[in-house]
Design a protein around this ligand. Structure first.
Ligand code: FES
Length: 133
């Protein structure tokens, strides 16, 4: 199986980049302190796909959110990983195909998608480089 390496050192808080992993879009986002706070304020048991931000990030790197850029409804590429794109009502990602809103942890909050954006297998190979897959 192929892996993808991403240097995350240039990604500023509030910024996201798109990469490619196994021919699918991958979103790599550095969360701001406010985005981390709002993700952690959510009552997890109220979520459709209950996960904490900590469940979806690596210890010591809770500001780096690595997800597939594939809506869990019917597979469109959500908006929000490029400058100025609509991030939806919960400030994360927004899928314009049928209106799914994901929060700053990439969790589904509104709309038809059944699951959170998938977090792929990955590791930090240094403080600034992740290897996905
Ligand atoms: Fe994203 Fe339907 S494919 S809302």
């Amino acid at each position: 199986a192929s892996t993808t390496e991403v240097d995350v050192s240039a990604i500023q808080p509030g910024q996201a980049i798109k990469a490619v992993f196994r021919k699918q879009p991958l979103f790599v986002r550095r969360l701001t302190a406010d985005e981390i706070k709002s993700a952690n304020e959510v009552e997890v048991s109220s979520l459709r796909d209950p996960q904490t931000l900590g469940d979806r990030t690596k210890e010591g790197h809770e500001d780096m959110l690595i997800t597939m850029g594939v809506c869990t409804h019917l597979g469109c590429v959500p908006l929000g990983a490029a400058e100025g794109e609509n991030r939806g009502e919960f400030g994360g990602y927004f899928c314009p195909c049928h209106g799914s809103h994901y929060d700053t942890a990439g969790r589904i909050r509104k709309g038809p998608a059944p699951l959170n954006l998938q977090v792929p297998e990955y590791q930090f190979t240094s403080d600034t480089v992740i290897r996905v897959g």
